[in-house]
Write a protein that binds this ligand. Structure first.
Ligand SMILES: Cc1ncc(COP(=O)(O)O)c(C=O)c1O
Length: 397
């Protein structure tokens, strides 16, 4: 891989200078990059409200940065809610986007002032009506996209549009405000056309609700799905925005509904570099063509999205700079669980002269790493995170 494809020389120097003073493994998150990404996104979608999906990286400095930049927040649990509120974010800036929630948690969020809830089932809607009376609800629909997303979110969330219409009608009868419709086309979604198909369903539902039920829906929540820069090529966010805005204008003319975006991966993914060290290099037989490279991070220290070799992180080592010959490798973690193998079939190559103790830099690891890291598996501590840039230098956990 070419380092220059993943960060500028200036960004790399900032991260490297910091990383050289620390013992592996750890994640460095550069807040300057998140700031750039936020500004890029809001420039591309000036009319949309950004609700950062906290699950991607719930670090306090990330929340504080996005709070100051004017972002809103999408939470999946009351624990995330507490983290956001603790930084002084007003509850009006928070949506409760998980469709699976305990009645007591809905009440907790309501008591804290949250008034915007996602739902996709009758029982959850009923519970929102009872525990968060008068709130705005948006119904999440099932959409296509599972085939072309590297981390699909299909099936578990959302309901058929016909059922979503029933829920919106029911919401009004229950004293809630049927506010809008949401979807998520799958994370790291590479096919922009899936937004077109999803938005067509939304348009049909907006029309139906207005003409048949006399209800004017106000909002479309387009979820997340925008990509980060991993190994395989993706379009820039500007291309996503141009296409998606064209679909929206085709459907709604100049009078667009309120738009919400819930980016996670695309905002924070590229801000992170996971710094690890080679613990062991071996071959399984005298003639084995592949070297096994065991590192001090694995699936349980933040690399869970390599499961099924789904997310393919770019991996850099300084020995690549000397144009050393490379050979194919299997990359595995340090625990004694045999599922702790990151890449066996993805055809990763690393320099032949890679040695025990060399550092491996896992690029684009700012999203869905620390929050997935295990607490104590095999005794290994959770992945340490340092935040740099924007005047911060802070260690989490
Ligand atoms: C409801 C919801 N919104 C937004 C996101 C963020 O998606 P992404 O990281 O693809 O931007 C997720 C991811 O799981 C989600 O479940």
């Amino acid at each position: 891989m070419r380092l220059a494809d993943y960060c500028s020389a200036e960004e790399w120097k900032r991260i490297k200078d910091f990383a050289d003073t620390k013992e592996t493994p750890f994640l460095v998150v550069d807040l300057e990059i998140i700031k750039q990404k936020y500004e890029e996104l809001t420039t591309c979608f000036p009319m949309a409200k950004v609700h950062y999906a906290l699950k991607a990286n719930p670090g306090k400095p990330v929340i504080e940065l996005l709070r100051d930049l004017g972002s809103n927040f999408d939470i999946a649990s009351i624990y995330e809610l507490d983290k956001v509120l603790a930084t002084g974010v007003e509850p009006e800036r928070i949506s409760y986007g998980n469709t699976i929630k305990k009645a007591a948690h809905i009440k907790y969020a309501y008591d804290k002032g949250v008034r915007l809830y996602a739902t996709d089932s009758k029982a959850d809607l009923q519970s929102i009506a009872e525990n968060a009376p008068g709130s705005k609800v948006f119904v999440r629909i099932l959409v296509e996209g599972g085939e072309t997303a590297e981390w699909p979110l299909s099936r578990k969330f959302g309901c058929h549009p016909d059922m979503a219409i029933d829920l919106l009608v029911q919401a009004k009868l229950l004293g809630l405000i049927p506010y809008g419709i949401s979807f998520h086309v799958g994370s790291q979604q590479k096919d922009i056309a899936v937004w077109d198909a999803a938005l067509s369903k939304v348009k049909y539902m907006f029309d139906w609700m207005r003409l048949e039920e006399g209800v004017i829906l106000k909002m479309i929540n387009m979820g997340g799905g925008f990509p980060a820069n991993y190994i395989s090529e993706v379009n820039p966010i500007q291309v996503y925005a141009e296409e998606i805005l064209r679909y929206l204008h085709d459907d709604h003319g100049d009078d667009l509904p309120e738009l919400i975006l819930e980016p996670g991966r695309s905002l924070v993914g590229e801000s992170g570099v996971l710094v690890s060290e080679v613990v062991l290099i071996s071959r399984k037989s005298r003639t084995d063509l592949k070297r096994w490279i065991y590192t001090d991070v694995g699936l349980f220290q933040g690399l869970i999205e390599t499961m099924g070799e789904a997310i393919k992180y770019p991996i850099y080592t300084e020995k690549m700079d000397n144009k050393e010959a490379e050979g194919s490798v299997v990359l595995a973690g340090p625990t004694c669980d045999s599922t702790d193998i990151m890449y066996e079939n993805a055809n990763y190559h690393l320099p032949h002269n890679l040695a025990v103790g060399d550092r491996l830099y896992w690029m684009t690891t700012g999203a869905y790493t620390t929050s997935y890291s295990s607490v104590e598996f095999n005794g290994f501590p959770p992945l340490k995170t340092y935040f740099i840039g924007c005047g911060k230098e802070e260690e989490k956990n």
